[in-house]
Every structure is written in structure tokens, then in C-alpha cells.
Design a protein around this ligand. Structure first.
Ligand SMILES: Nc1ncnc2c1ncn2[C@@H]1O[C@H](COP(=O)(O)OP(=O)(O)OP(=O)(O)O)[C@@H](O)[C@H]1O
Ligand SMILES: O=C(O)C1=C[C@@H](O)[C@@H](O)[C@H](O)C1
Length: 169
């Protein structure tokens, strides 16, 4: 099986969906932010603060190279900007999880857990800046996607069903 690569904006639910799919399908879920944290033994927030965004993007490319050469049969959730790596398509089938910015923001502000998680995301500091980044990225997410799935108001089981019906395993 080719890897499934979930892309999309911060907080849309990539990691949550990947882990739920793993639990149901017996395939490994891997997260690129987690890989970078374990490679560097540093939290994302700290990497941005101490080394800067450019350095973080280099780590994303290094991670993409490793995934392309060494990982198969997995579901990979990615950081919100990971889609920019040069060899994205060679990693697997690209699934863009799509939702309106205000819907994402609303869910985050309502969920304590999500709010805490987003605090760790340096690029989600302000509503205004995050929205601007979102608007800039939407056409780019769309153009690299093999499959687009709208996640608004669907539960995890419905999302898994939609993905598995659209991808040949
Ligand atoms: N289907 C869902 N139903 C309810 N809450 C959800 C769902 N999916 C995600 N969340 C909430 O949204 C938060 C962000 O989800 P998740 O960490 O999966 O997003 P992400 O796209 O992987 O984000 P990032 O790119 O920043 O790592 C989670 O902490 C969780 O509380
Ligand atoms: O959207 C982004 O560029 C980012 C999203 C997060 O998942 C992390 O990868 C990091 O905070 C950068």
C-alpha cells in the first residue's frame, strides 16, 4: 500500500484522524511534527524560537526525504506547512483535509484540549495572521492534493469511511 499523507491547516484534525485510522485499520500512524521533535529532542515551539522557521523547514525536508525512502504502508499526518517539501508526491497519496478557517477557529476556541495544542503552534498566535496564512495556503493545498475531503461536521468514522472509499488499499 502507498502511504496516505494528510495535509491541511493547523488544527483541522490531521493527527487525530491518522491515529483513529491506525486504530481501525492496523496500519501505523506517523506525524511529521512528532518525528521532528524526536529527531531534535526539542518541541516545535522551541525550534522556532531558538533556530527560526527556516531551520524548521529544513527539518521538514529532511523528514520528507526519510519518509520517501524508508516508510511504506503508513498513514502520515503532517505539519500545516509540510506540503511545501519538494518531494511531497513521492511520499504517497495526498489527502487534503479541508475546512473553513472560521470553522477550525471555532472548534479550537470551544475545545480546551485543542486550545492548548494550538498554543504550541507559533504560526497560530493571532486570529488575523493565521487567517491570512490560511488564505494564502488554500490554493496551494488544493493544487498538490490527489483527494480533497471536507471535514466540517463529520465524525471520525464518517471521515475514515470517506477516505477508504476514495483510496485503493
Ligand atoms: N474529529 C474531531 N472532533 C472533535 N475535535 C477534534 C477532532 N479532530 C481534532 N479535534 C481537536 O482539534 C485539535 C487539533 O487536532 P489535531 O491535533 O488532530 O490537528 P492537526 O491538523 O494535526 O494540527 P497540527 O497541524 O497543528 O498538528 C485536537 O486537539 C482535538 O481536540
Ligand atoms: O502551519 C505551519 O506552518 C505549522 C504547523 C504546525 O503543525 C507545525 O508544523 C509548525 O508549527 C508549523
Amino acid at each position: 500500500m502507498k502511504n496516505i499523507v494528510l495535509i491541511g491547516f493547523m488544527g483541522v484534525g490531521k493527527g487525530t484522524l491518522a491515529r483513529a485510522m491506525a486504530g481501525k485499520t492496523d496500519i501505523y500512524a506517523i506525524d511529521t511534527d512528532d518525528l521532528i521533535e524526536s529527531l531534535t529532542n526539542m518541541k516545535i515551539k522551541k525550534i522556532f524560537k531558538k533556530k527560526g522557521e527556516e531551520y524548521f523547514r529544513k527539518l521538514e525536508q529532511k523528514t520528507a526525504d526519510w519518509l520517501a525512502s524508508s516508510v511504506q504502508n503508513s498513514i502520515i499526518s503532517t505539519g500545516g506547512g509540510f506540503y511545501k517539501v519538494k518531494n511531497l508526491k513521492s511520499i504517497g497519496t495526498i489527502v487534503y483535509l479541508q475546512a473553513d478557517f472560521d470553522w477550525i477557529y471555532e472548534r479550537i476556541t470551544k475545545s480546551k484540549n485543542a486550545k492548548k495544542k494550538i498554543k504550541k503552534r507559533p504560526l497560530f498566535k493571532s486570529y488575523k495572521d493565521a487567517k491570512k496564512l490560511y488564505e494564502q495556503r488554500v490554493p496551494e493545498y488544493k493544487s498538490v492534493a490527489d483527494i480533497i475531503i471536507n471535514v466540517e461536521d463529520k465524525n471520525i468514522d464518517e471521515l475514515i469511511e470517506e477516505i477508504t472509499s476514495k483510496i485503493k488499499f
